[in-house]
Ligand binder design. Structure first.
Ligand code: FEO
Length: 401
């Protein structure tokens, strides 16, 4: 039988690991799985923080029973309604008919819409406090981190923030739950991928949430995915990662994302990459948009300042995988990138024109002259690709000064 996992005095971890699902949101690969975290505070009153994906309800409710150890469940606090966290709410209410569902106005509208639950709910407002006894819960509305109803719950005695998706990561928790019990470095790239894929569009709301959090003393971050952050240096690090990502700030480096059917457009990408390396740009990442999941390409676009996109012309339009990637870039309101582009065609050029539309939306600084190749590499096209690599390198090097 499971034993309760205690993180701190009165605080239990009730999360589950999903090593089965292939795609998060049916879109984003989960090679290392994902955890759905839920927590229980046992005080004079008991409060559950979020639930888990419905696929794991049985195990989750079993863990909850054990942690409660015969106590009544008084409250379930809903920080985020996306079904990876709220999915077990209906079953929870069936098992604990008297539990009060606590959320803001938008949350309760979704609780009604998704689960048909309208009774036994408590609507809270920003900064409202709910007392459990020793522990006080203060609610901070943080809309659009990641849905409009999202909020964070601050436990004022131990200074714990229950942050919802914020500061979460892909990747299961294999043994260790807190950062002190595992190697946090294993999770940072998966934190960036989670942020860029799931929350990436909402940089401004994330900045607003960070501003709110800056007024709080935080000794522990309990996110809904990935490790519990308890170490001072790790808390500083995850907050600074979020700050940087939500400002769309990148490191020195270039992502070259291209489509290529028979390798000709790829030769252009290789030539540009070669010149970047010649000029001392050490982080150059080529992504074949047909082969590499866009989840990872988006992650790298969030990591690096330089972005170069290349596409063949296909049915008089962009190559479909490049078009799909551009849609994902636009969907994340991506900005603050140095942007270059190139394309190819066999009998009628059109790819360049379509990439230009992205370039001219004003979110990116266009660097160098775009290169358009007819059919195959020539000396002239090679030199133009070298010049494009030079222009991007010049722009990045300028920032070092
Ligand atoms: Fe982990 Fe927005 O759900």
């Amino acid at each position: 039988m499971y034993r309760p996992i205690k993180i701190k005095e009165d605080l239990y971890y009730l999360g589950v690991n999903d090593r089965t699902k292939a795609l998060f949101e049916n879109l984003w690969p989960l090679p290392k799985g994902v955890s759905y975290n839920s927590y229980l505070i046992c005080d004079e009153k008991t409060a559950l923080m979020d639930t888990v994906d419905v696929c794991y309800s049985d195990l989750f409710l079993h863990k909850l029973d054990i942690a409660l150890n015969g106590k009544k469940l008084d409250y379930v606090i809903i920080n985020h309604m996306e079904p990876d966290h709220s999915g077990s709410l209906g079953l929870l209410r069936s098992r604990f008919p008297e539990v009060q569902i606590v959320g803001n106005k938008r949350t309760l509208d979704m609780v009604s819409g998704f689960y048909g639950l309208n009774d036994g709910v408590i609507e809270i407002k920003d900064k409202q406090v709910l007392s459990l006894g020793k522990h006080q819960l203060e609610f901070h509305l943080t809309p659009m981190v990641h849905w409009p109803e999202t909020m964070m719950t601050y436990e004022t005695t131990e200074k714990i923030i229950f942050s919802g998706d914020a500061f979460g990561t892909f990747g299961t928790l294999d043994g260790g739950i807190t950062d002190a019990q595992l190697h946090p470095d294993r999770y940072y790239d998966e934190m960036i991928r989670y942020y860029s894929n799931i929350v990436g569009k909402f940089g401004t709301p994330v900045q607003a949430a960070l501003k709110k959090l800056s007024a709080l003393e935080i000794k522990c971050i309990c996110s809904t995915h990935g490790p519990v952050w308890t170490m001072e240096d790790q808390i500083q690090k995850v907050v600074s990662i979020y700050d940087k990502l939500s400002k769309y700030e990148g490191d020195e480096g270039v992502v070259i994302a291209y489509g290529s059917m028979y390798g000709h457009t790829e030769q252009m990408a290789e030539t540009i990459a070669y010149q970047l390396a010649q000029r001392g740009i050490r982080e150059v990442i080529l992504h074949n948009t047909s082969k590499r999941s866009h989840s990872y390409i988006i992650r790298d676009i969030f990591k690096y300042k330089g972005l170069i996109v290349g596409s063949p012309t296909y049915n008089n339009k962009l190559y479909p995988e490049v078009e799909a990637l551009i849609s994902k870039i636009e969907g994340r309101d991506m900005k603050n990138r140095y942007f270059s582009y190139f394309g190819s065609f066999t009998w009628a050029g059109n790819a360049i024109k379509h990439i230009q539309e992205l370039a001219h939306k004003g979110k990116f600084e266009v660097v160098g002259e775009p290169v358009e190749m007819k059919q195959a590499m020539t000396d002239q096209i090679y030199d133009q690709c070298i010049a494009l690599g030079d222009a991007m390198a010049d722009r990045l090097i300028q920032d070092r000064e």
